[in-house]
Design a protein around this ligand. Sequence first.
Ligand SMILES: Nc1nc2c(ncn2[C@@H]2O[C@H](COP(=O)(O)OP(=O)(O)OP(=O)(O)O)[C@@H](O)[C@H]2O)c(=O)[nH]1
Ligand SMILES: C[S@@+](CC[C@H](N)C(=O)[O-])C[C@H]1O[C@@H](n2cnc3c(N)ncnc32)[C@H](O)[C@@H]1O
Ligand code: SF4
Ligand code: SF4
Length: 321
Amino acid sequence: MLIDSYDRVVDYLRISVTERCNFRCQYCMPEKPFSWVPKENLLSFEELFLFVKVAIDEGIKKIRITGGEPLLREDLDKFIKMIYDYDPTIDLAMTSNAYLLKSTAQRLRDAGLKRINVSIDSLKPEVAQKIAQKDVLADVLAGVEEARAVGLKVKVNMVPMKNMNADEIVDVLEYCKERDMTIRFIEYMENQYASKEISGLKSDELLAILREHYEFEDEGFDGASPSRYYRMKDGYRFGIIEPYGDDFCKQCNRIRLTAEGNLIPCLYFDEAMSISKSIKEGDIAAAAEVLRDVVKNKPEKNRWGGEDSESSSRAFYETGG
Ligand SMILES: Nc1nc2c(ncn2[C@@H]2O[C@H](COP(=O)(O)OP(=O)(O)OP(=O)(O)O)[C@@H](O)[C@H]2O)c(=O)[nH]1
Ligand SMILES: C[S@@+](CC[C@H](N)C(=O)[O-])C[C@H]1O[C@@H](n2cnc3c(N)ncnc32)[C@H](O)[C@@H]1O
Ligand code: SF4
Ligand code: SF4
């Protein structure tokens, strides 16, 4: 079992399989990043799988594939099948923009994917296009329907922004509610890669809008998730994620791996340790040692809020959110 120095069990590994993306969401990467990691620096799926086996053997029970856009990476279903075949009990999930999901959902499901969290920021084609800087909505929604049709459990993430999609909070919630998909509203996090024009809605502003339409109760955090959940009278649950907060850090159970093999102890911290060399040399014992070191050195919480607040220079598309 992987236990950090604050007695937290780390059993959740988020793997960003690529930092590349077919969208240019204004809150994430409005311009084409000029320094993509060269392909030769990426770990192959065989190499990533070597590490996944180490991680599962050490106690990882939940794996999320993310990016950039994970569906851009060829043969992703084969990687998922490798993980599933090694341990079918793993909570195997993905976070995706859903654009390529219509043609891939069945294969992903057959390979062993269980759940998918998709980003839907708007149900208006022109607004979705403005945010992603590409005409994406029809494909995204077709992808979501296909994912549900093949039996994947779907959650939706939305980043509400003023003068952009804030007036659609209720519409997107209703779209999800009708389909029994949980929606989580994510507070926009400022970062050096995002468009300077963006102003995100804070959770109290969001809640005030939602209270005009619904009655609901605060259920607090659910396990180790950074999302606070709210339950409506009819039982439907939605979530709000305040990534700047740290209430949920005491339950933190996760570490992150980038496509180049950097193991990140916390979403906030810039420090990372590379498993690339040991994995490329097939030195499993050394990779396991790095994993244990990263867990041991996991910080207690982020330092985004509070008086000495700091910002992280790492991009969301690199860490996978
Ligand atoms: N501060 C902080 N925010 C996080 C962390 N993990 C996820 N988030 C936020 O939550 C957003 C959505 O995360 P997802 O990729 O959907 O994964 P998840 O919330 O673990 O998903 P579930 O397993 O379905 O609960 C991310 O983009 C981040 O904004 C974390 O460890 N710390
Ligand atoms: C980096 S994306 C990677 C997966 C996939 N491309 C997607 O968009 O779902 C993961 C999550 O990060 C969120 N995200 C990206 N930039 C963000 C920001 N500046 N503030 C809050 N959430 C952000 C996205 O909305 C998405 O839900
Ligand atoms: S949020 Fe996801 S879809 Fe949008 S640019 Fe970032 S990685 Fe791509
Ligand atoms: S901010 Fe860091 S410590 Fe807090 S939940 Fe996220 S990864 Fe864990």
